[in-house]
Design a protein around this ligand. Structure first.
Ligand code: SAM
Length: 312
């Protein structure tokens, strides 16, 4: 189903919990306000089944930290019963080593693992925790469980990790992973001012362009650019500077307490779906999807063309 901007809906991003075992100072927490009412694995399976009726084919599990859910394997199994083509997860990887194989067996296809640095002190400065070795173990386990392509999400932070990009490209490519460089969005969950950490990725993008042997534009992934280098692959995520980013958004979100969320950046247009799907009120649950899709709109829009006053 298309929204009023002609954008189709193909992806659902589910926050399975708001809890996290790290405390990254810049984290936007998927734009979710903390809640008490977590969905069960069955709730998620039912909602994804409905989402598939509206065109959703890909589901990404996020949070909080999805692996904080003790029933994460059941969640994946429940969602895998819906007629969709891919389940993926974004995780900090620190709890992944023990569960990667089980997740793959349950139907998880691939993972994005958040890793901003290879340096233990910098890791602790960013996350507040001394768990870098666990994150490394999680990445290795993901590769050996075949959760491919493994993508490594690196948020580039001015004055903190911006000098590590070369090493991160090498680290990712040694493991057959793709490095995803993310420009910081200045919306931390705790309202902190992040402007001093913002690093414009414009010059990095130009450098990648020079070095790349090929560049791909991923139309259904917010028109993201993927740079194929001799020594690895790098994707860039720059929502604010790429006016096409939102125009190619194909995603709806589901909060951990069961609200459809049309946009990461907004909390004023959520639509409750959980109570209807739980009660078996499928007509109302479908209407909730229709309402949420109608509320989808690009957040970062192309700059309006300037008017030129012509004098005769
Ligand atoms: N705990 C999981 C993880 O670490 O991947 C899932 C949740 S986390 C919010 C999902 C992704 O959002 C991570 O890759 C993280 O780096 C990214 N992220 C968080 N806050 C951000 C911000 N302010 N700007 C850009 N990306 C951000």
């Amino acid at each position: 189903m298309r929204d009023r901007f002609g954008r189709s809906l193909t992806a659902l991003r589910i926050s399975v919990t708001d809890d996290c075992n790290l405390n990254c100072f810049y984290c936007h927490r998927e734009g979710c306000l903390t809640s008490e009412r977590a969905m069960t694995a069955d709730d998620m399976g039912r909602i994804v089944k409905l989402a598939a009726e509206f065109g959703v084919r890909k589901v990404k599990l996020t949070g909080g930290e999805p692996l904080m859910r003790g029933d994460i394997v059941d969640i994946v199994s429940s969602i895998a019963r819906a007629p969709i083509s891919e389940i993926s997860m974004t995780t900090n990887g620190t709890l992944l080593a023990d569960v990667a194989d089980e997740l793959a067996e349950a139907g998880l296809a691939r993972v994005n693992i958040s890793l901003d640095t290879l340096d233990p002190k910098t890791y602790e400065r960013i996350t507040g925790k001394d768990l870098l070795d666990d994150a490394f173990a999680g990445i290795d386990a993901a590769v050996s469980a075949g959760l491919m392509p493994v993508k490594i999400n690196m948020v580039v932070l001015a004055g903190i990790n911006e000098g590590e990009i070369g090493q991160m490209v090498a680290y990712a490519s040694q493991r057959g992973a793709i490095l995803q460089l993310i420009e910081l969005l200045q919306i931390s969950g705790d309202g902190q001012n992040l402007s001093c950490y913002h690093r414009d990725l414009g010059d990095i993008e130009r450098e990648l362009q020079k070095q790349a042997v090929a560049v791909e534009t991923r139309r259904h992934m917010n028109a993201r650019k993927k740079y194929i280098l001799r020594g690895g692959e790098v994707e860039l995520v720059r929502p604010m500077h790429n006016s096409e980013f939102c125009m190619h958004c194909t995603r709806l979100r589901l909060t951990s307490d069961g609200y459809l969320k049309p946009c990461l950046m907004r909390n004023d247009n959520l639509v409750n779906v959980l109570s209807y799907s739980r009660a078996g009120a499928l007509g109302k649950a479908r209407a909730a999807f229709q309402k949420a899709i109608a509320r989808r709109e690009p957040y970062f829009k192309p700059a309006p063309l300037k008017r030129v006053n012509r004098r005769r």
